[in-house]
Design a protein around this ligand. Structure first.
Ligand code: MN
Length: 229
């Protein structure tokens, strides 16, 4: 009889709203600069760039209500409120007109970023992995099935820190809407069931300190609450 030589890693998963079942997570993809006002605040021209992507490890997920231990190697930890798309089907070379078929549900997410490491990586022409893919860098709420939400192409997205509004936008302000994100990403990798896509953040990103509580709120998806400890 053969087996694994060390204990096999657990499958990472998210709760499903209104169910005791869970959504198993395969990979986490993220879109960079998908709202014009955020692209501008980061010093870029939003009209000249196709969508680009980076990843986080699946086990960087942090569920709603779990504490986020302030990560090492940074003095500038930033929040980024984002709509998350959960894929129930995969494919490559997916047409944007066919992309809706891949979507199993949606969640509220927070693309936590070590902004100082990201700035250094940009300056040095190095990868973003250690700025974006650190432990617990992907707080994410329960997955809401698409048959309950409908397409999430409008609706308010906000982030509060200790009750103070810091980000406030509408999902309709995305440069690349969800269907086009899926189409673009599927030309780079074969998408698979269980993949999550963080769809980018609006303007207003900023630093968060130990002891502060972040609340991401997306109309129709409930709240994602994360305290930094
Ligand atoms: Mn982001």
């Amino acid at each position: 009889m053969s087996g694994f030589v060390i204990p096999a890693p657990q499958v990472t998963s998210l709760p499903v709203h209104g169910s005791t079942d869970r959504f198993p997570v395969r990979r986490i993809f993220c879109v960079g600069r998908n709202y014009a006002d955020h692209a501008r605040e980061m010093g870029h021209d939003p009209d000249r760039e196709p969508p680009f992507f980076f990843t986080k490890p699946a086990d960087a997920l942090l569920t709603d209500g779990a504490a986020l231990a302030y990560p090492p190697a940074t003095g500038d930890l930033h929040f980024e409120a984002e709509l998350v798309v959960a894929l129930g089907a995969g494919g490559s070379q997916v047409a944007s007109t066919d992309a809706q078929r891949l979507i199993w549900g949606y969640a509220a997410g927070n693309d936590m970023t070590r902004r100082d490491l990201q700035a250094e990586a940009k300056r040095m022409g190095r990868p973003w992995d250690m700025a974006k893919g650190f432990d617990a860098s992907a707080p994410c709420g329960a997955v809401y099935p698409v048959d309950q939400t409908g397409p999430m192409d409008k609706g308010r997205i906000t982030l509060e820190v200790d009750g103070q509004l810091r980000q406030d936008a509408c999902l309709s302000q995305m440069i690349w809407p969800v269907a086009q994100i899926i189409a673009h990403l599927s030309r780079l990798v074969r998408l698979a069931p269980g993949d999550l896509i963080f769809t980018g953040t609006p303007a207003g990103v900023g630093a968060v300190q130990r002891g502060q509580t972040m609340t991401v709120r997306i109309e129709g998806l409930g709240d994602l609450v994360t305290q930094v400890t």
